[in-house]
Design a protein around this ligand. Structure first.
Ligand code: GAP
Length: 440
């Protein structure tokens, strides 16, 4: 019987351990004792993270004609961050524990030091989360640069460039996926909150009168994306921010929240940013960032609806939601029930034995599948153990090549979730797997 994620004790530890043991996510700089909650994505993790970003890009850009993509610089001059308001207001309240001297984010500790239990703290002071650095060989004025704390600003600063080159008119969007950096006071919970992370953001420019309608549209659309990729609807919910909790740019924000092991928490924010960003950048740069509608002869600054997701945080949620422990023929197994679009390997080709006579046909099968699916090829250990290893990393299909394959030119396809096995002719294998994955 399957257990639901919230019935699995120590789920976070189990997923963190699995992620390290099987090559999804390693603590960064581990041979030097680790480095401040940074993480590296291993051979399986890099596949899965790419799949998360690809699934987002497919739904936001590839399958739509109203959204285009960009890839802007990570380093930016202070002018961008002064205009966006980040230099002044992108801060968290920092307090020092008077007893043990640890530093904490005041709004995350309920007045009690998580380290020593003291309730005495210094006055909170505003701590800016941006990483500052120097661009070029000279230090000081003129060389200061910041690592972007959100990908969004590179979209706003390119608004006129994109408008001039792709002939879009509101409503239209610009999407971007990439790294962002925040000097978080308390990074925590594995890759949930880290100082270096990846975002998937889209700024959707609309006539101001239509902003509310598009705000609701994007909340629903983004929630549905997670469900489509396998997160059960009951593990997701929407949380609308109170006016006093809104970011400096927002007229309304609704978070898509996921049932993390510590409770519901933010997966993605959908915000109505109004005309804040375009107006600020137009004022600061002197470049007009508005839209002239030739049909109405009206010039206006579009409002922006922004679905802003974390790629690394989403990957963590997909792993948590997929983690199951069940029994197969009386034996317990760990299985990641990942959607095939997210799984690090979609197919594993497994020769039944290491005997050389199976190698040619196994390699032939691999060659047929590799251009279409990310494949693993594994010849070590018993077939039962290899199935378990593939279950544990979420591989939806195992293709076993055995001695009969040499005679009948057929292989066995095993389904990860049902563990059902069927015999499929090699000539029809690609079509069969395409059909199982809804691609034909
Ligand atoms: N442009 C708007 C913006 O950046 P945000 O709510 O601060 O909004 C959007 O960030 C998403 O980015 C979050 O919902 C989360 O998924 C991800 N994110 C933000 N800070 C993060 C961090 N320190 N570590 C991992 N993911 C983070």
């Amino acid at each position: 019987m399957n257990s639901t994620p919230d019935a699995i004790p120590d789920l976070l530890d189990k997923v963190t351990n699995l992620a390290k043991r099987r090559g999804f996510i390693f603590p960064s700089a581990e041979i030097y004792g680790g480095f401040r909650s940074t993480y590296d994505y291993g051979p399986l993790g890099v596949n899965m993270l790419r799949n998360v970003k690809q699934a987002w890009w497919r739904s936001m850009v590839q399958t739509r004609s109203d959204i285009v993509g960009i890839d802007a610089a990570i380093l930016g001059p202070p002018a961008i961050w002064a205009a966006s308001g980040h230099l002044e207001t992108f801060t968290d309240p920092l307090v020092d524990c008077k007893r043990c001297k640890e530093r904490w984010r005041e709004d995350k500790i309920d007045g009690v030091c998580p380290n020593c239990g003291s309730t005495e703290f210094t006055e909170a002071r505003a701590f800016n989360l941006m990483f500052e650095t120097q661009a070029g060989p000279v230090e000081g004025e003129g060389a200061t640069a910041y690592l972007r704390p959100e990908t969004a600003q590179g979209i706003f600063t390119n608004f006129a460039n994109v408008l001039a080159t792709v002939r879009k008119k509101p409503p239209f969007g610009i999407a971007q996926v990439g790294k962002s950096f925040r000097n978080e006071i308390t990074p925590q919970n594995f890759v949930f909150r880290t100082r270096e992370f990846e975002q998937m953001e889209m700024e959707y420019f609309v006539p101001p009168a239509d902003a509310d309608e598009w705000y609701r549209y994007w909340i629903d659309t983004r929630l549905a994306w997670y469900v489509d990729l396998g997160i059960p609807a009951e593990q997701l919910r929407l949380h609308e921010h109170l006016p006093e909790d809104l970011s400096h740019y927002s007229r309304g924000t609704t978070d898509v929240e996921f049932a993390f092991p510590w409770g519901f928490d933010e997966l993605e924010g959908v915000a109505n940013r109004g005309d804040y960003d375009l107006t600020q950048h137009a004022k600061a740069s002197g470049v007009a960032l508005d839209y002239f509608d030739p049909t109405t002869n009206e010039r206006y600054t579009p409002f922006v609806i922004e679905p802003a997701a974390g790629a690394t945080r989403a990957m963590m949620a997909f792993l948590l939601a997929a983690y199951h422990e069940d029994l197969v023929e009386g034996e317990s197994r760990t299985v990641l029930r990942l959607d095939w679009r997210l799984a690090p390997y979609q197919v594993a080709v497994l020769p039944l034995s290491k005997k050389p006579e199976l190698e040619d046909v196994s390699r032939e099968v691999l060659g047929i599948l590799q251009p279409h699916f990310m494949c693993d090829y594994d010849v070590t250990q018993s077939i039962g153990r290899r199935y378990r290893r593939q279950d544990e990393v979420g591989t939806p299909y195992c293709v076993t090549v055995d001695f009969d394959s040499l005679e009948d030119r057929a292989v066995t396809v095993r389904d990860r979730d049902t563990t059902d096995q069927v015999r499929v002719p090699i000539d029809g294998l690609l079509a069969s797997l395409r059909e199982r994955t809804g691609q034909s």
